[in-house]
Ligand binder design. Sequence first.
Ligand code: GCO
Length: 450
Amino acid sequence: MQKFKDGFVWGTAASSYQIEGGAKDQGRGDSVWDMFCRQPGLVSDGSDGMTACDHLNRYQEDIDIMSDMGIHAYRLSVAWPRIFPAGTGKINQQGLDYYDRIVDGLLAKGIDPWITLFHWDFPTALYDQGGWLNRDSADWFADYAELITDKFSDRVKNWFTLNEPQCFLGLGHHSAEHAPGLKMTFEKVLQASHHALLAHGKAVQAMRANAKQTLNIGAAPVGLVSYPTSDDPRLIEAARAATFDIKRLDCFSNTWYADPMILGSYPEDGLALFEQFLPEIRTGDMEIINQPLDMYAANIYSGGALKLNDKGEAVADDLIGVGRTTMDWNVTPECLYWGPKFLYERYGLPIVVTENGMANCDWVHTNGQVEDPGRIDYVRRHLLNLRQAANDGVDVAGYFYWSILDNFEWAFGYQQRFGLVHVDFETQKRTPKSSAYWYRDVINSGGDIL
Ligand code: GCO
């Protein structure tokens, strides 16, 4: 089969803090990312999300661009402090109105909004009360999820709870590279992680209870992938094992998050390795975390390669000379074959690639165009692998390119451009890159022209 299946969702994605700007506008409260950016030296170019892509004011232009591209679905996130400026309690009606305009604007153009509830802009007011270390964070988040579902689930069917817990816990609370910029003990990191998992479970319960239609709900973790560089069965087995094992005292695994959510328990190897650091797990917690989900969303950009050495053992392949993006990430398209395949085998849920894309050194050329053949090739290779996975029996439901716009790339500020659309951050002028036109043609062909 050359095309993806009927109903395959062709999308693109962004998140609130990275594009909206207006951090103090329309009643929005402070988030930990505002707090983080105010501290000199933490964001490499000294920038912040105060203006970003000014999507708060320019959303209609951005929706029109997506419409011209024939995008089926747009994955956006809601900024929690835009809805609850203090995290809980008083609701900011202007925030709800803003997302109403976006949801309705998308639907008017035939684009399906897919909502992520939490893409890292945690309310500072709740951080001041302990943030994710406070067990009440699960209820704060569930209350927020309940309100958003109540307001938008009449029109929005597809939802994600937490985006990349590995990053907001690992980078945010362990290595201090992301907001809130903490270097907590591993024990505390695992406690915060447990509360985030509880937040996911309670949110799913609240969402289902308040939904105006049957919802599709998932989480959107990082998809960490090890893949084999040949089809030697020993290597495939080693890659599968490496994709799911826990070998280090950090947050970067699939299973510490996905196993509790989907299988109902923490993975045995993690429990053994983390034995001295385990969180307080109260009776009933695992049942709350383990809510039925409708899809496995995975953010996959790159993978780790394994090869067989002379003794027939699987070892890391350093991929000397392989292509790299400006993030310095290896270009390893096989990750979009093996990642979805392994995740589907283990968790049995339809796979949605909720993020895949690359940063590139794009600029507007003298002819007014932004030519990005490297990005076209990156996406093409990854989609060919994804299509092969689908042909080999993996239930692949959709693909969302990260990102529609060049935007605020967290600790890298505006120096990394992931967009299909170039943004001039001085003028806010949008210029669709050649990849945007190419992606439009791919969508039109159902993936046939890859
Ligand atoms: C995420 C990602 C995005 C990044 C992208 C490129 O968590 O979903 O961090 O927000 O911009 O992955 O790094």
